[in-house]
Design a protein around this ligand. Structure first.
Ligand SMILES: Cc1cc2nc3c(=O)[nH]c(=O)nc-3n(C[C@H](O)[C@H](O)[C@H](O)COP(=O)(O)OP(=O)(O)OC[C@H]3O[C@@H](n4cnc5c(N)ncnc54)[C@H](O)[C@@H]3O)c2cc1C
Length: 389
């Protein structure tokens, strides 16, 4: 029988989480052995492009296919205002492979089946390990294996490639909000338009994902030819534990993408820096501590804030004075830079005093109440699951 191979770190999953971690381990001079294992199923990796900030592209030297100079923001198909800022269209699979290649760590294509006594069992092999990092995204390999809770809020998305000569500004892409849980993004490319329908939801049900009548899709592209249509899902509510003994979670595997408009790259890459440092210091709990300090409160606040504009909560729905997104956007129009901070997830969700003023007092009280409730839930989860495995 073949001798079992041993690695200090096994990274399971070669998406942005797994490859970002590999890159940062190398960058910070980790001296242990590292293996990346991925089942090659691609899942979300198969979904062409991601919009990535200038800072991330620069920091990681990511290859990109297009630079957008502006972001248009509006309701349905009407643009309210534009923000001048560089965003990059990055091919997801290429970006991951770029980071993995730079790391120099080997990638093996195998599906992980089980883990027992610090041995990872795949379809063909068994690997001894010191640390196992679960970067399996919404497959939730370890969480399912150990019966741990999985995130309960998701963005579900349907992307389309549409054969049409874009008539809109080639240098900008658009986020069109609606007054419900839905929003739409539109990217003009050379000979086609890439469009996405998005829904922020607790129930992954693609039948609920349809563009409103007055959306961009239905207004302008009814007759156009759709050449590709795909659906995907990713979790946006971080769930504990983040670390347990010599196991850690990174990326979608614990709901690491931000709830606001579903940006994953920035926070996942930043979290991978924290995890790489903790691995080097041989103390995974340092990652948990740093992550919790920097991010947990922020996620809980965004989730609490969104609860008002999403899910049609019965209490919120009863508040007659509850402001429409149209009203919010009209205020945002005068403060586009704060809005940008919010969509790029660097800002305070209650980004201006003006914004606060348009919320009725009951809504703010409901937000606080809800924030405390979800915080309590997270703490409870954390305590219950500390000794799970
Ligand atoms: C359509 C779409 C558009 C998005 N747009 C943006 C955007 O514009 N900007 C942005 O910042 N974020 C965006 N996001 C969010 C972001 O892409 C995700 O948060 C991020 O890609 C998650 O990366 P990950 O590495 O955690 O998971 P994944 O990319 O899902 O990688 C997980 C990997 O693990 C592998 N795997 C799973 N189970 C096993 C197993 N048992 N054994 C071996 N391998 C396994 C999978 O095959 C996969 O390769 C978007 C997401 C989607 C779906």
């Amino acid at each position: 029988m073949q001798k079992m191979k041993y690695y200090d770190v096994i990274i399971l999953g070669a998406g942005i989480a797994g490859c970002g971690l590999a890159y940062n381990l190398r960058k910070f001079g980790y001296s242990g052995s590292v293996l990346i294992i991925d089942d090659g199923k691609k899942n979300n990796l198969g979904y062409g492009h991601r919009i990535v900030s200038y800072e991330d592209v620069k920091e990681y030297n990511l290859p990109f296919s297009k630079k957008f100079k502006r972001l248009d923001v509006g309701m349905y198909n009407k643009v309210y205002f534009s923000i001048d800022y560089d965003f990059y269209f990055v091919n997801y699979a290429q970006a991951c492979e770029h980071l993995r290649e730079k790391s120099g760590y080997h990638l093996i294509e195998e599906k992980a089946k089980n883990v027992e006594n610090n041995i990872l069992i795949t379809e063909n092999n068994e690997y001894g390990l010191k640390y196992l990092i679960d970067c399996t995204g919404s497959s939730f390999f370890l969480r399912k294996k150990f019966g741990l809770p999985i995130p309960d809020i998701y963005w579900i998305v349907k992307t389309r490639k549409i054969q049409a000569k874009p008539t809109m500004d080639y240098d900008s892409f658009s986020f069109f909000f609606s007054n419900g849980d839905y929003f739409e993004d539109v990217y003009p490319m050379e000979n086609e338009i890439i469009q996405g329908d998005w829904l922020y939801t607790r129930h992954v049900d693609f039948s609920k994902l349809s563009a409103p009548v007055n959306s961009f899709m239905n207004t302008y592209l009814n007759e156009a030819k759709v050449t590709e249509e795909k659906t995907a899902v990713f979790p946006v509510s971080p769930v504990m534990p983040l670390v347990s003994r010599n196991y850690a979670f990174l990326g979608d595997s614990f709901g690491n993408a931000l709830p606001s408009v579903g940006t994953g790259f920035t926070v996942i890459l930043d979290s991978s820096v924290m995890l790489a440092e903790a691995i080097i210091k041989k103390d995974l709990y340092q990652y948990k501590k740093k992550w919790t300090k920097k991010y947990l409160e922020k996620y809980l606040k965004i989730i609490a804030l969104k609860e008002n504009t999403h899910f049609n909560h019965p209490i919120v729905a009863k508040m007659k004075k509850y402001p429409s997104i149209e009203k919010i956007l009209s205020v945002v129009k005068d403060n586009p830079e704060q809005f940008l901070a919010m969509v790029t997830d660097n800002g305070d969700p209650n980004f201006t005093k003006k914004m606060r003023n348009i919320y009725p007092r009951q809504v703010i009280l409901w937000q606080i109440f809800h924030y405390l409730a979800i915080k309590f839930k997270y703490l409870q989860n954390h305590i219950q699951n500390r000794q799970m495995f």
